[in-house]
Write a protein that binds this ligand. Structure first.
Ligand SMILES: *Cc1c(COP(=O)(O)O)cnc(C)c1O
Length: 817
């Protein structure tokens, strides 16, 4: 650390800093007992320590002249910062000590922090886990994103229905961010592109008559785990320029001219709340371009400041990772900046672009594949559309060289999808303009190269690679499960926090009765904590002797919360008939947000709540079955949920969940998975062994074959249990006062065209649930499975994932076409 700074921080103790920030920075009377101001003062105290290391980290990276990677993502689902900073800086004990004189415990102060919910679900949380791993591995990686004024909406449940409330997370300011107005960038929209002759007599293009918006960066420190490294997450906020429309101004419409500035500030107003679906709204494209252009200008300005206009080394020193198609417009924007702003020729610009850009695909779902209308795009970004047409023309001539006369293939592979309303296929732009394209689990990558991207794989197989997702063990084990964490430290040493393969050492203890007893006591304590959350948020009592069966994730038909509800209804029906043979008492917990415009997902929430109400109010079922829907699922609630879970529900239709990461958080915390052979479930099962995973359902291949002759009516006819469940649903038993509301869900189950084939997996799912009951009944058997799940979860650390990005994509020999 910088010597002066280090000395300054040593000279003032944490207690003194805390008091100083409380009374001087925030201007409060000494200890007026406000947890809110105490949180703020503590955040500033911790931030001071981060800032000192931050500067050091920048200097170190600069001296090393290493390649800098920029992780571009429209989403960063960060959650809380304080707890993570205390863990990574090892400040928890001194802070607890300092708080003693304030007669206040750390947990209470931490509750004051609002989640930074700048993401929808898995994709955004992955970006957050990656930042933690990059800092811990001391890699020069900067996150670039948007500073939404409103993050992911808050969810309330009213009469069983989801109600969305705005998330004004910046309401009380954000003590973790530092505004950097000196690095403000100008972003252009609309106008037109024209050619002109430059000073050398060369014909060039320029983008004129544009409407400009400013991008102002706010930096957030990202500390590594106890290693002195602090990386950066840079979030852009949109701001109006100070230029006015002079004619309007002079015509006396001063207030109108000022009001028009609102438009500019709209860009980063709100996060789009759609997970895995796109609606082609023009504001969304504005956000995407705003992020791409601001971030690229930032990186190029830094380059030019030291290297001038010599870009020969640029690709050796810079790389970009595109988190899904959302920021892929960056490929065209980098071409534009290099050619139009820095006078680089097409060929050189293309080599630079394709050797710096890398694209991560996150889904095979057709509704999630972004395609922008050529008209809309050309209106807003006319110069970029020209560049995309040129990229496409050159690319298609390569396709024609490789497959002469194959017109079909050219149409299939064209970046522009022709038709009444031609559209730009952003995923194809991502592939053509990158040196690396990766999927996020082995099955997902295989399906990409054999299906969706097959033509591209045949053209450039070397570009494609797999990077199975991971989650950070700091937040998802060390922080969220302190009891288990302490037991691990004592048993196998503390190395696991940064070297998760060490968890394998637990395998030796799987049959150690004394260890198993302690492991299970910890699970009990975590279940009690989860039960308290359920009691507070749902008013339902969970008894810790029951199986805690949990499905929390975005609500989506492909994730099949509906299949889970059908099983709950079957249990209910059996209990009504006093058929308890082989059953173990269960608490079933659901949680997750539905996109506000996704009617079926919202109806699934309503069904869960109605079924829960009927079950929970029947006193005969009290000791057998409880069902809740925990509202407002978030990173912070997951930190309580995953340590207290016995059974992790990962039941998507095979081939539809790209990876999943919730499955990994549960596994680390000793939950056993009931799941299909989908996404990373396959790798989880491989790691832990088939005896320690409850497998059910059709495989991805079987799903596709079965689709041709899928007959749900036939299935229901021969399955008594399912018939009974359908009968209860259709009789209106769960919606006595709201006749017919579940008809769309019933129709979906009975539909031979049901894309998610819920009925096909029902029996196999129910059988697997019976095996869960059988195993859970024997505490020693369950303890063994649970321990082995934690023990084998090492490869699902995002440290492993990021080491692979580092070795295969970021610091490998780059161009692969
Ligand atoms: C991990 C996580 C997710 C992703 O869950 P999946 O089960 O992989 O879909 C979504 N939301 C939050 C808050 C998470 O922490």
């Amino acid at each position: 650390m910088n010597e002066d700074l280090a000395r300054a921080l040593e000279a003032t103790t944490l207690d003194e800093d805390l008091l100083r920030h409380y009374s001087l920075t925030l201007g409060r009377d000494d200890n007026d007992g406000s947890h809110f101001y105490l949180y703020h003062a503590l955040a500033l105290t911790v931030r001071d320590r981060l800032v000192a290391q931050w500067r050091d980290t920048r200097d170190t990276y600069q001296q090393k002249e290493c390649r800098s990677i920029n992780y571009l993502s429209l989403e960063f689902l960060m959650g809380r910062t304080l707890n993570n900073a205390l863990l990574n800086l090892d400040l928890e004990l001194p802070v607890r000590k300092a708080l003693q004189s304030w007669a206040c415990d750390l947990e209470a102060v931490e509750q004051e922090e609002l989640d930074a919910g700048l993401g929808n679900g898995g994709l955004g949380r992955l970006a957050a886990c990656f930042l933690d791993s990059c800092a811990t591995l001391q890699l020069p990686v900067t996150g670039y994103g948007l500073r939404y004024q409103y993050g992911m909406f808050h969810q309330r449940i009213e009469n069983g229905y989801q109600v969305e409330l705005p998330d004004r997370w910046l309401r009380h300011g954000n003590p973790w961010e530092i505004e950097c107005p000196e690095a403000t960038r100008r972003i252009r929209f609309f106008g037109y592109s024209e050619s002109y002759r430059d000073g050398n007599g060369d014909i060039r293009q320029r983008w004129v008559d544009t409407q400009d918006v400013l991008a102002v960066p706010y930096d957030i420190p990202i500390p590594g785990y106890r290693n002195g490294t602090v990386n950066t997450l840079r979030l852009w906020a949109s701001q109006a320029t100070d230029e006015f429309d002079l004619t309007e101004f002079n015509a006396g419409s001063y207030t109108d001219a000022v009001a028009a500035k609102n438009q500019a500030e709209q860009i980063t107003m709100v996060l789009y709340p759609n997970d895995a679906s796109e609606q082609g709204k023009s504001l969304r494209l504005r956000q995407q371009y705003f992020l791409a252009s601001a971030s690229l200008q930032d990186v190029l300005a830094n380059w030019v400041a030291t290297a001038g206009h010599d870009f020969s080394n640029f690709a050796a020193r810079n790389g970009f990772q595109l988190n899904d198609t959302h920021p892929t417009v960056a490929i065209a924007e980098l071409m534009r900046l290099l050619m139009d702003e820095y006078r680089v020729g097409w060929n050189e610009a293309w080599v630079i672009t394709t050797s710096t850009m890398a694209y991560t695909n996150h889904t095979l779902l057709p509704e999630a594949l972004e395609k922008w209308s050529v008209n809309l795009f050309g209106d807003m970004l006319p110069r970029l559309l020209e560049i995309i047409h040129e990229i496409n023309a050159r690319f298609l001539s390569r396709v024609a060289d490789k497959w002469p006369g194959d017109q079909d293939r050219q149409a299939r592979m064209s970046i522009i999808e022709e038709g009444d309303e031609p559209r730009i296929r952003m995923a194809y732009l991502g592939i053509v303009g990158s040196h690396s394209v990766n999927g996020v689990a082995a099955l997902h990558t295989r399906l990409l190269t054999r299906g969706l991207f097959r033509d591209f794989y045949e053209l450039t197989p070397g570009k494609f690679n797999n990077k199975t997702n991971g989650v950070t063990p700091r937040r998802w084990l060390a922080h969220c499960n302190p009891r288990l964490s302490a037991l691990l430290d004592e048993t196998i040493g503390r190395q696991w926090v940064t070297n998760m393969d060490q968890l394998q050492g637990l395998v030796d203890y799987a049959d150690d009765a004394a260890f198993a007893e302690r492991f299970m006591d910890i699970k009990q304590a975590n279940k009690a904590a989860l039960a308290r959350l359920v009691e507070t948020s749902c008013g339902v009592g969970f008894s810790t002797g029951m199986i805690f069966d949990v499905q929390v994730k975005r609500i989506h038909e492909y994730k099949r919360q509906l299949l889970n509800v059908l099983h709950v209804i079957l249990l209910y029906s059996r209990l009504l008939h006093n058929d308890t043979a082989g059953l173990h008492p269960r608490c079933v917990l659901f949680g997750g947000k539905a996109a506000p415009g996704y009617a079926m997902a919202k109806l699934i929430i309503k069904l869960i709540n109605n079924v829960a109400t009927v079950i929970n109010r029947d006193p005969r079922l009290r000791d057998w079955l409880r069902v809740v829907f925990v509202p407002d699922y978030s990173v912070t609630t997951m930190e309580v949920i995953c340590p207290g879970t016995d059974l992790s529900e990962q039941i998507s239709t095979a081939g539809k969940e790209a990876s999943g990461t919730g499955n990994m958080k549960f596994m680390m915390n000793g939950a056993v998975t009931i799941g299909t052979l989908d996404g990373a479930n396959i790798e989880i099962r491989e790691a832990v062994g088939e005896d320690n995973f409850f497998l059910f359902g059709l495989t991805a291949e079987e799903i596709e074959t079965r689709r041709q002759h899928y007959d749900p009516e036939g299935i229901i006819a021969v399955d008594q249990g399912l018939a009974q469940v359908m009968q209860l649903l259709e009789s209106g038993h769960f919606n006595l006062l709201e006749s017919g509301i579940f008809a769309p869900l019933i129709a979906a189950i009975r539909n031979p065209g049901d894309p998610w084939m819920t009925a096909a997996d029902f029996r196999s799912y129910v059988d697997a649930q019976q095996r869960v009951d059988d195993r859970f009944t024997d505490r020693a058997v369950w303890a063994r499975m649970s321990i082995l799940n934690t023990a084998c979860s090492g490869r699902f650390s995002s440290d492993r994932t990021i080491s692979e990005y580092r070795d295969d994509i970021w610091y490998a020999d780059k161009r692969r076409d």
